[in-house]
Ligand binder design. Structure first.
Ligand code: NAP
Length: 491
């Protein structure tokens, strides 16, 4: 058995087929793709690659399930079932965490203590809502004895998720969708399909009726497009890049699908001179290097008040240089490999662009390996950056921080808001009034004060501007998985 100082053993792989109608099936075409371990560059398994015919099968199963035992189950029973699934997932934490780490490369410390617990928490949070989703009675005007509203499921929901938090992102969609009585077809990211498959099997074992949750791994263009165009999919819940989000939005127009988009970010983390600098250094560090910087809300633009800029940057660089990439299965590792060779190439090319445009690399900046393998890179900080540079404008999605000084709160807010994105932001100050003024002025769906990268199943999460629309988590998420119907009862 693994101890907290020993590398963890390998995980149990799911069958790596498609999960449709409560059973494992091959893709109609027989096609497969390889899921790879980014730390070792070795294949983990061959995964069935769904195509349009498989999407048809999965949507048909999800549609049928709407009128089967799931459709007649009471809301309270639905909530109880979701809670039981949460218990089963919690009991299998170690196995799911190892699988997430093998597939994505994130440190086992994160998978075990953040990803799996957060997925369990989302299930429990929405399990609690299942029997509290209600309509209203309305004051009648006209020849009616009663006017009321019903909150009904939208129908078949297509969940399309990215590779950075595979299990969390899946559950942020599946849990509210099921709590509201919908059925789901889930397309996980091609780099990281394994925990989604394993979760669907687990939910089936616990008693989720066949067809309520289906999983169809496969290429984004093919499976994603088929789901977006499908006439029997009522809603798309998409998390991913802004570029693909725009394609999904265009595609969803033809069938007028309900749509929520959780997209990219370039989030500002603002440190004022009166902040607790120890806490701010830690917050800036975790804000960018947690999750290898492959975090939509990563605090990738650090704005620091000029009078403490030099001191803060020096302390941050010193701390960053001690962060070494390591075997992600080792409990002490805090920086794993990037998800793929391609992602590392993209991130390193941004560092090169930064250098070319005049930024100075003050920490990291190079590829790395562990035991001669893996898509690792050094945690990187760029100084002498201006807001006009590519590295300050575009989402890099890796462990790369740009640091920029500012002179006043107004200037910091103006620079922070000068972005097409508006996902999250951080503010570090001991001045309570300033903290709240700046929080209100920032164009972001989430603002952390003297904290960064903190989430709660009860707090809505989503973007302003091109970071998307709609909200996940919290009571607000339920609105995006239900339709409202008004019923008038005549005299
Ligand atoms: P991505 O390339 O946009 O892919 C996201 C998902 O969409 C994947 O499952 C992908 O499939 C699929 N897809 C690709 N092309 C598609 C198409 N034409 N139609 C429908 N689906 C399609 O994003 P990613 O690289 O996986 O993830 C990183 C991005 O996600 C970053 O921009 C990050 O900021 C964002 N993100 C946002 C949030 C948030 O809550 N706002 C959270 C996490 C991540 P394949 O994997 O098969 O290509």
């Amino acid at each position: 058995m693994a101890t907290e100082t020993q590398p963890a053993p390998t995980a149990t792989l799911p069958p790596c087929k498609l999960w449709i109608g409560g059973a494992w099936v091959d893709a109609a075409s027989g096609a497969t793709f390889t899921s790879e371990n980014p730390a070792t560059e070795e294949p983990l398994c061959e995964v069935a690659a769904a195509g349009a015919a498989d999407v048809d099968r999965a949507v048909a199963a999800a549609r049928e399930a709407l009128t089967g035992p799931w459709g007649t189950m009471s809301a309270r029973e639905r909530g109880t079932l979701l809670w039981k699934i949460a218990d089963a997932l919690e009991a299998r934490n170690a196995d799911f965490a190892r699988l997430e780490t093998l597939d994505n490369g994130k440190p086992i410390f994160e998978s075990r203590y953040v990803d799996v617990p957060a997925a369990v928490d989302a299930l429990r949070y929405f399990a609690g809502w299942a029997d509290k989703i209600a309509g209203e009675t309305l004051p009648s005007h006209g020849p009616f004895v009663l006017t009321y509203t019903l909150r009904e499921p939208v129908g078949v929901v297509a969940a399309i998720t990215p590779w950075n938090f595979p299990l969390i992102q899946a559950l942020w969609k599946i849990a509210p969708a099921l709590a509201c009585g919908n059925t789901v077809v889930h397309k996980p990211a091609s780099y990281t399909p394994l925990t989604a498959l394993k979760f669907a099997e687990l939910a089936g074992e616990v008693g989720l009726p066949p067809g309520v949750l289906n999983v169809v791994p496969g290429g984004g263009a093919e499976v994603g497009n088929a789901l977006v165009a499908h006439p029997h999919v009522a809603k798309i819940s998409f998390t991913g890049s802004t570029e693909v989000g725009k394609q999904v939005m265009r595609g969803a127009a033809d069938t007028m699908k309900r749509l929520t988009l959780e997209l990219g970010g370039k989030s500002p983390n603002i440190v004022f001179a009166d902040a607790d600098l120890d806490a701010a250094v830690k917050g800036a560090y975790n804000g960018i290097f947690y999750g290898k910087g492959e975090v939509c809300a990563a605090g990738s633009r650090l704005f620091v008040e000029k009078s403490v800029y030099g001191e803060l940057l020096e302390r941050l660089v010193e701390r960053t240089k001690k962060l070494e990439p390591g075997d992600p299965l080792h409990p002490k590792t805090r920086l794993g490999p990037l998800v793929s060779a391609k992602q590392r190439e993209t991130v390193l090319s941004y560092v090169e662009t930064g250098r070319r445009e005049g930024a100075k690399v003050v920490a990291g900046g190079e590829a790395a390996s562990v035991g001669g393998k893996g898509y690792f890179m050094q945690p990187t900080i760029l100084d002498e950056v201006t807001s006009e540079m590519t590295v300050a404008r575009e989402e890099i999605f890796g462990p790369v921080l740009v640091a920029i000084p500012f002179e006043s709160a107004d200037e910091a807010v103006a620079q922070a808001n000068a972005s097409i994105y508006g996902l999250a932001a951080g503010v570090w100050t001991r001045d309570v009034g300033k903290a709240h003024r700046v929080a209100r002025a920032l164009q972001a769906g989430t603002v952390w004060i003297n904290q960064y990268n903190w989430y709660d199943s009860g707090a809505p999460f989503g973007g302003y501007k091109q970071s998307g629309f709609g909200r996940e988590l919290g009571r607000q998420a339920l609105e995006y998985y239900t339709e409202v119907k008004s019923v008038f009862v005549g005299k």
